[in-house]
Design a protein around this ligand. Structure first.
Ligand code: PEP
Length: 257
């Protein structure tokens, strides 16, 4: 089996202004400036308005923290008021872009076609999508979490060639666990993350499926991360609330300690 570097990504959502972002990333950099942190890929996903500040910090230091945005437009440029394009994010040297977060799906009506167009736009401009998928409570209660989530994976990856798909990160985020304190059990996370890897093997190849990193997201904290990370198909976490506290995020990154 391919060894996969764990990836811990902090989704700041609509929090932290650009000055707070600088202080936060400096704290992370200081706390993670030893060899341990090389074993885990650390990513921050600030609001668009903070990206330039984060870029300047990361450029100006020998930090290996990576950063990305929480969304992008499916279009390259033009009359799309309020949107931010892939070329703009690439110019800011973003590595990652979150696509299809449940809050985008819920509040902005993003469906599979939109997510698919955004995944294509991200790859076109050299950005790595962190594709978010996962079921709501009604689907979970009906026991349909696997089929629901795999349909989201199928939709978002339609027409994506293997050489792009092999670099994607997929975040399994059950909607009922996001920001609720209601964390999925490690077994819940493994069930769906394992099924996602199985689907990647069907869509592409076992080799590709073994290389793709799959995160769990939903009320991850320092106290529950190790048990989740112990699951064979969980390669990292997408962290919302707990990522806003630099000390707590560092503890999550250091889940092996
Ligand atoms: C998220 O927003 O992706 C998330 C997982 O949030 P939280 O960790 O707060 O549940």
């Amino acid at each position: 089996m391919t060894s996969r570097t764990p990836i811990m990504a902090g989704n700041w959502k609509m929090n932290l202004n650009h000055l707070e972002a600088i202080a936060h990333v400096q704290k992370l950099a200081f706390a993670l400036a030893d060899k341990d942190y090389e074993a885990v890929e650390v990513v921050v996903l600030p609001p668009f308005t903070d990206l330039r500040s984060v870029q300047t910090l990361v450029d100006g230091d020998k930090l290996k923290i990576k950063y990305g945005s929480q969304d992008l437009s499916a279009h390259d440029s033009g009359a799309y008021t309020g949107e931010v394009s892939g070329p703009m994010l690439a110019k800011l040297k973003c590595t990652y872009v979150t696509i299809g977060h449940s809050e985008r799906r819920q509040y902005h009506g993003e469906d599979e076609a939109v997510c698919n167009a955004k995944v294509k736009a991200a790859f076109k401009h050299g950005l790595v999508p962190i594709l978010c998928v996962g079921e709501g409570l009604d689907v979970r209660k009906a026991g349909e979490q696997v089929s629901h989530t795999l349909a989201q994976v199928d939709g978002a990856l339609a027409g994506i060639p293997a050489e792009q798909a092999e670099t994607i990160v997929i975040a399994y985020e059950p909607v009922w666990a996001i920001g609720t304190g209601e964390v999925a059990t490690p077994e819940d996370a493994q069930e769906v993350c394992g099924a996602i890897r199985g689907r990647l093997a069907e869509l592409y190849s076992q080799e590709l499926a073994d290389a793709v990193r799959i995160q769990y997201g939903g009320s991850v904290k320092s106290g529950n991360v190790a048990a989740i990370m112990a699951q064979p198909d969980v390669d990292g976490a997408l962290i919302g609330g707990a990522a806003l506290d630099a000390d707590e995020f560092v503890k999550i990154v250091r889940f092996r300690d």
